[in-house]
Design a protein around this ligand. Structure first.
Ligand SMILES: C[S@@+](CC[C@H](N)C(=O)[O-])C[C@H]1O[C@@H](n2cnc3c(N)ncnc32)[C@H](O)[C@@H]1O
Length: 309
């Protein structure tokens, strides 16, 4: 299973990620969001062996296929993170540390009400303008003309970027799976290239405070079970208690939680464990989430709710 070496889990380290440590070298960084089967990343990694490449994806199937491909082709300068690329761009890099960001054939989410799912939605351009080096570029290729025009105007109107005229049916020296598919169906492609010209400041919600523990002196198991199915909301954060499991001896309780920070959803477990004369409420180490405000709040809030005062 050596091909698994490409997959990294930054949830378990302090953010931003120390990419020099991960790659064991100091090199320029380029990122692809939604790498699919990995053709573009593999091609670029071989073409620019002096660059460190990072890919973001949400599909497990793509993850497996891409990793096997990199392994077969002996590629060593790529690492992959299973995370929403919008969160990854904003939270995993220092300011001005990325040379290029690529997005190839993202789902355009064209239907009404789906706008929030688009990769370029919300503060994405601002987050790019924080993490890209001055002069660094964002490149997006799509087969969807309406989406291309929307992205083009977004970057054209932004103070942070200069945008090149949109290129239609531009031939690069690699074609992705979706690119081949759309071209074979007679569709046009649209390439957008925006260059950072001004720095932006962006708030990071998952930096700092990796350890999230609460100690309680008096635990009330009845109050714990009353939390089942309960939803907690506070401004931009929300979490729901999905299920609760207790050990027979009552010394360990596992709480399944789903939380969301402005739509960035995470699934994880919180443990309530008896120590000698007190209890600990903490994140279970088997599925570690990013320490976003909603995650930290869920641990604090649950500790408060199950504590006898
Ligand atoms: C239409 S496919 C394109 C794949 C590949 N880039 C290509 O051109 O063949 C879009 C890919 O983006 C991934 N994706 C969608 N939303 C994403 C997000 N927010 N962050 C990271 N990847 C995402 C999907 O899982 C899917 O693999």
């Amino acid at each position: 299973m050596d091909w698994l070496k490409y997959h990294i889990n930054p949830q378990n380290s302090e953010l931003p990620v120390d990419w020099k440590e991960i790659f064991k070298r100091d090199a320029k960084i380029r990122v692809e969001i939604g790498f699919g089967n990995g053709e573009f990343l593999a091609h670029m990694a071989k073409k620019f062996p002096e660059v460190n490449f990072i890919g973001f994806e949400l599909s497990i199937t793509s993850f497996v296929k891409a990793q096997k491909k990199f392994y077969r082709e002996g590629i060593d300068n790529v690492r992959l993170v299973m995370v929403d690329g919008r969160f990854g761009i904003r939270e995993l890099f220092e300011d001005e540390s990325v040379e290029h960001v690529y997005v190839n054939f993202p789902c355009p989410w064209s239907k009404k009400g789906q706008e929030k799912k688009r990769i370029t939605y919300g503060d994405f351009a601002k987050a790019l303008a924080a993490v890209l080096e001055m002069g660094g570029t964002f490149e997006l290729m799509t087969d969807d003309k309406d989406y291309a025009e929307e992205v083009f105007s977004k970057f054209k109107e932004s103070d942070f970027f200069d945008i090149e005229p949109m290129k239609i049916d531009f031939k690069r020296d690699v074609q992705t799976r979706y690119e081949k598919k759309w071209i074979s169906m007679g569709r046009h492609t649209f390439l957008i290239m925006a260059r950072k010209v001004k720095r932006a400041d962006v708030e990071r919600i998952a930096w700092g405070g990796k350890y999230v523990h609460q100690r309680i002196d008096h635990f009330d198991e009845e109050r714990l079970h009353l939390l089942n199915g309960k939803v907690f909301k506070d401004k931009r954060k929300v979490f729901v208690v999905k299920e609760i499991y207790s050990s027979k001896d009552g010394n360990v309780h596992l709480i399944k939680v789903i939380s969301s920070d402005d739509g960035f959803e995470q699934h994880y477990n919180i443990l309530v464990e008896r120590r000698r004369n007190f209890w600990i409420v903490k994140l279970d180490s088997t599925c570690q989430p990013y320490r976003t405000p909603s995650v930290k709040w869920s641990v604090r809030k649950i500790a408060q709710e199950i504590s006898l005062t």
